[in-house]
Design a protein around this ligand. Structure first.
Ligand SMILES: Cc1cc2nc3c(=O)[nH]c(=O)nc-3n(C[C@H](O)[C@H](O)[C@H](O)COP(=O)(O)OP(=O)(O)OC[C@H]3O[C@@H](n4cnc5c(N)ncnc54)[C@H](O)[C@@H]3O)c2cc1C
Length: 353
């Protein structure tokens, strides 16, 4: 069997590993020993028990793949270096995704420690009187909604550098999210940035001081591509995302693919997109091994659900916006589907098969 190394066990990497472990000699490198359903992590901060529903150890759904819980530190033309050892590959998939601030995403951690960490954060949140959320994109908005729904008595401030929340979404969605939060007492400050912090004091660029017992930074993702910088052949875009061609092959490296948040494809970085890209990589790895023609990845807008607590939400598709309880329930349905598939050790949350 050809040696296939996959770097990263998130939506893209876990899906590829599971689908191809019987056709290739698969080695999965991940800094964590489990897959986590990131879209539900925010709920675990107000409902820690939810965590057991959204995590699966890699060994529970992989049967023959070798799993190595070590960060990859370097990639050469035909080798991956992890934990000080070299591993030869015929094909490589870079699915190292993106990082976010703790506790929203975590690296280098085992499943039990992740549980303890999120419980500690949930406990701190329960004790906090004042909470500050920095950033009003999807993550900041969803987090503010989770907190205000569970703890309506807390003083919650959301500060956002833009003119409105969810700036990449239609006006109707922005307005709905803003009103949802403001009606529940969340104080929203627009067009201001936190520039300094000391103890529990946060200073903004307009001279305002905000006191908060607890603050969450929700200011966006950064690609996990540091380990690729030593490789002269793999091209990183200016923003450090990995450059790929239409077949999701890394530029100049026909036997190396990339999928998920790590690619430089200009589209909303979502779990859905990561799985769609993973599907194309799976087909193309098979095609390459059999000498067939490769498939192209077509980037397109997909329906997206933004949750506002458990029972409310916004569904956005192109310029169509649907708000209220049903979008909220759809998000729960996605979660439920995930749980069901996790129990049967199946994967591909957004896929039919
Ligand atoms: C709070 C939040 C809510 C979200 N909600 C939604 C939603 O509702 N719907 C939706 O579609 N998307 C949502 N997303 C986006 C979605 O989670 C990401 O697009 C998705 O996780 C990307 O998957 P991935 O496989 O590319 O990377 P990741 O999920 O980032 O996984 C990458 C993996 O690679 C590992 N890794 C990194 N570097 C190395 C290394 N050097 N060596 C070995 N392993 C490494 C990481 O530890 C990680 O396990 C949300 C994201 C966040 C943060």
């Amino acid at each position: 069997m050809k040696q296939l190394i996959i770097i990263g066990g998130g939506f893209a990497g876990a899906y590829i590993a599971r689908k191809l472990e019987s056709e290739f000699a698969v080695t999965l490198f991940d800094t964590k020993d489990y897959f986590e359903f990131t879209p539900s992590v925010l709920r675990t901060l107000v409902e820690p028990k939810h965590l057991q529903r959204i995590e699966v150890p890699h060994q529970a759904y992989l049967h023959t793949a070798m799993i190595i819980r070590k960060p990859v530190t370097e990639v050469t033309d035909n080798e991956v270096i992890g934990g000080g050892k070299e591993y030869l590959f015929d094909y490589l998939v870079i699915a190292s995704g993106s990082r976010y601030t703790v506790p929203i995403k975590e690296e280098n951690i085992v499943i039990a420690a992740r549980g303890r960490e999120l419980q500690q954060w949930a406990h701190q949140l329960e004790k906090a009187k004042n909470v500050l959320i920095v950033g009003g994109g999807i993550v900041g908005t969803e987090l503010a909604a989770e907190i205000v729904e569970r703890f309506p008595e807390k003083e919650i401030t959301l500060i956002h550098s833009k003119k409105d929340l969810l700036e990449r979404n239609p006006r109707k969605a922005q307005k709905y999210a803003r009103r949802f939060l403001q009606r529940r007492g969340v104080k929203i400050i627009f067009e201001e940035r936190v520039v300094d912090t000391a103890a529990k004091k946060y200073a903004t660029n307009k001279g305002r001081e905000i006191f908060a017992d607890l603050a969450f930074l929700c200011t966006g993702i950064a690609p996990n591509s540091q380990f690729l910088k030593k490789n002269g052949k793999i091209t990183l875009a200016e923003d450090s995302f990995v450059q790929v061609n239409a077949h999701l092959q890394v530029t100049n490296c026909p036997n190396i693919f990339a999928a998920g948040d790590i690619t430089n494809i200009k589209e909303e970085k979502t779990a859905q997109a990561a799985e769609k890209q993973a599907e194309v990589v799976i087909d193309n790895l098979r095609a390459l091994a059999e000498g067939r023609k490769l498939r192209e990845y077509v980037s397109k807008a997909r329906p997206m659900v933004i949750s506002l607590g458990k029972w409310n939400g916004i569904l956005v598709y192109h310029h169509f916006v649907w708000t209220g309880i049903l979008p909220g329930l759809i998000k729960q349905l996605i979660e439920w589907k995930t749980m069901r598939k996790q129990k049967s050790m199946d994967f591909g949350i957004y896929q039919k098969n």
